[in-house]
Design a protein. Structure first.
Length: 202
């Protein structure tokens, strides 16, 4: 769904300066013709205090490799700046084809954060499914402003966590951590089951 940075991130309670998302939207509106990398550099210089405050409570996400998929440049830049302020390593793209190209260079992904509606009628849930065919059962979550009942039912049926825009940075961080913890717990349980099976056969 078409959106801008102001619809993605709600104001974090601890932030005393202007709203992070509003700042992103204001500045990006003035630079709509520049590249993603250039905008990211501008945003990073605009918001040093916001990024620093986010890092204080983000140690457990340090080093996490996150793939962000969204069709809006402002959303990708806002997410990149926020996640990198938490210590994440971020790759961002707008569709499945671009994601596949990114994975040609770096196939290791810890978490996918995808919008529901992507370009050319792509479905974020289907995009995650296709990427999992290549990556394995990588953790993923959906972030979308689409509140149509049929979309909600589809998201629920997929089993993927679904966050509605606007999403506060704290809520996004909590959900990312929960998804990663659940994935690690499932991996540990699967490993124990294999070991138990081997023990029973020996």
């Amino acid at each position: 769904m078409a959106t801008n940075a102001a619809m993605v991130l709600a104001k974090p309670a601890a932030m005393k300066s202007r709203d992070l998302a509003a700042l992103l939207a204001d500045r990006l509106a003035q630079h709509s013709d520049v590249t993603e990398a250039t905008v990211a550099d501008k945003v990073a210089t605009i918001l040093p205090s916001a990024c620093a405050s986010a890092v204080e409570n983000a140690e457990t996400l340090v080093g996490a490799k996150v793939l962000v998929i969204d069709d809006e440049l402002s959303v990708r830049v806002g997410m990149r700046v926020l996640l990198e302020s938490w210590g994440c390593r971020v790759a961002a793209c707008n569709c499945l084809a671009e994601a596949q190209l990114l994975l040609d260079d770096a196939s290791d992904v810890d978490l996918i954060v995808a919008d529901f509606r992507l370009p050319r009628h792509e479905n974020g849930i289907e995009t995650v499914r296709r990427l999992r065919e290549r990556l394995g059962d990588v953790p993923a979550l959906m972030v979308s402003g689409d509140t149509a009942p049929e979309r909600l039912r589809e998201a629920q049926a997929s089993g993927l966590p679904f966050l509605h825009k606007p999403v506060s940075p704290e809520k996004l961080r909590e959900t990312m951590l929960a998804v990663l913890r659940r994935s690690k717990a499932e991996d540990a349980a699967a490993l124990r089951a294999v070991r138990n099976k081997r023990g029973a056969l020996s």
